[in-house]
Design a protein around this ligand. Structure first.
Ligand code: ARG
Length: 458
């Protein structure tokens, strides 16, 4: 494609340099935003009398035709073009003639690209937020189903206290709700229009930046033209939110992998989201969960790449900034794919409540409740803690659990033990009594589910 900037130079650059310089293979996905932005620009130029209304109509119709043709596949991207902005303008000029050359009045590719990325990310994050809400809603449904399913809760990956599977799941729902919030926050800050900042300093034409911003659905304009074309903090901010989201999905995936092992057998992922081994017939591998965990590193990498690219750049635009899109698009695509896989994987997983309960019965996870029993009968906590530890040691030595040790044996440790002890240390009681807000009791988990559903319904 001929160089539109040929003038000062002849435009004969080296083929290798052209390929190196070109970004159309990356930025062609912003064609819709680029065209919509140009339509608004043409309308503004006419509204301000910089071009005639007739000229604007020709430009806008020509742009609409290009949009239709790209959508339908009738017009293919020319990969020898420098970028999507050059491509659209060149095709427009081919189609509508000389007037096409007026479109780029009072703007630069520097503000144009900044505009396109913001619009593109605005559209994409909207669908991402919908997908995330669906994921949280599936988690809440599964939590409701398992609000009474007892499992061991862990600290240091050691069985700690009994909780319900519903309670465990809702922890992730809460994290993801904050992730949605973070993306919404970043999106709101991003929604300021840079168009009209031009190359860096603004323009001598009597433009109306707010007219264009409003037409394109922005909440306002970037108030400093250098800032508008120079910063990509909105990409960094979104990628930070994506990284935190991926960290959550990765921890969740790690648990799914662990729970799918023969050692745990707490869940069985559907065949649709696992693979077999090419050599070991017994295997069912949680590949999708492993990939989500693995791709987390990739999203962190995208964030680091852009932060590093930006850190030494003087104002205003520098070509280094063309690298922004590779990072932010890769992060976005990765996150979208991970969320899309996670949702049905959780919806279809089979939960082995029998094994969860068995594991909960084995780990002395009611030892805290045993100590609390003595405290309620008047013993200071530290003494109760010590006695409970000694009882656990005795059980281990005799291959017993707290529920199967006889009352007589208990009374050797303290006269405070009575018949009501066994009811007090039953796993159901342990869970049901944790009624503090946010705790694991059935009622508390129900409240958490209701609260998350309420947030989702807004
Ligand atoms: N493809 C370029 C980018 O993505 C567009 C802006 C080019 N501006 C310039 N002055 N060369 O950053």
């Amino acid at each position: 494609m001929a160089k539109m900037w040929a003038g000062r130079t002849s435009g004969d650059t080296d083929k290798l340099a052209d390929d190196f310089n070109s970004s159309i293979h990356i930025d062609n996905r912003m064609y819709r935003q680029d065209i919509k932005g140009s339509m608004a620009h043409a309308a503004m130029l006419a509204a301000k009398g910089i071009i005639s209304q007739g000229e604007a109509d020709i430009l806008i119709n020509g742009l609409a035709g290009i949009l239709d043709d790209i959508d339908s596949g009738a017009l293919e991207f020319d990969m020898s073009a420098e970028d999507i902005h050059m491509f659209v303008e060149q095709i427009l000029t081919e189609r509508v003639g000389e007037v096409g050359k007026k479109l780029h009045t009072a703007r630069s590719r520097n503000d144009q690209v900044a505009l396109d990325i913001r619009m593109y990310l605005r559209d994409e994050t909207e669908t991402l937020i919908e997908a995330l809400s669906e994921l949280v809603s599936v988690i809440a449904d599964r939590a409701e189903e398992h609000k009474c399913s007892i499992m061991p809760g862990y600290t240091h990956l050691q069985r700690a206290q009994p909780i319900t599977f519903g309670h465990h799941l809702m922890a992730y729902a809460m994290m993801l709700i904050r992730d949605i919030d973070r993306i919404k926050d970043a999106r709101a800050r991003m929604n300021k229009s840079p168009i009209g900042c031009c190359a860096l300093a603004g323009t001598t034409y009597d433009t109306d930046r707010r007219f264009e911003a409003e037409k394109l659905g922005f909440d306002g304009i970037c108030e400093n033209s250098l800032d508008g074309v120079s910063d990509r903090d909105f990409c960094v901010e979104l990628m930070s939110a994506f990284s935190i989201l991926m960290m959550h999905l990765s921890r969740f995936s790690e648990e799914l992998i662990l729970w799918s092992s023969w050692e745990f057998k707490f869940v069985e992922l559907s065949d649709a989201y696992t693979t077999g081994s090419s050599i070991m017939p017994q295997k069912k591998n949680p590949d999708m969960a492993e990939l989500i965990r693995g791709k987390t590193g990739r999203v962190y990498g995208d964030l680091m790449a852009l932060l590093t690219t930006l850190k030494g750049l003087p104002l205003a635009y520098n070509k280094d900034m063309q690298e922004d899109k590779e990072s932010v698009f890769d992060a976005l695509d990765t996150v979208k794919m991970c969320v899309a896989v996670m949702t049905p994987m959780l919806a279809t997983m089979n939960v082995r409540t029998d094994n969860m309960l068995l594991a909960a019965q084995k780990g002395f996870i009611n030892a805290t409740d045993l100590a609390d029993y003595l405290v309620k009968k008047g013993m200071p906590f530290r003494s109760a803690y010590k006695i409970s530890g000694q009882i656990v040691a005795k059980c281990i030595a005799e291959d017993k659990v707290l529920e199967t040790l006889s009352l007589d044996s208990y009374r050797e440790f303290s006269e405070l033990f009575e018949d009501d002890l066994f009811e007090e240390i039953s796993l159901t009681t342990c869970v049901e009594k944790r009624i503090s807000e946010g705790g694991t009791s059935f009622g508390s988990v129900e409240k958490q589910i209701a609260s998350v559903r309420e947030i989702l319904s807004k």
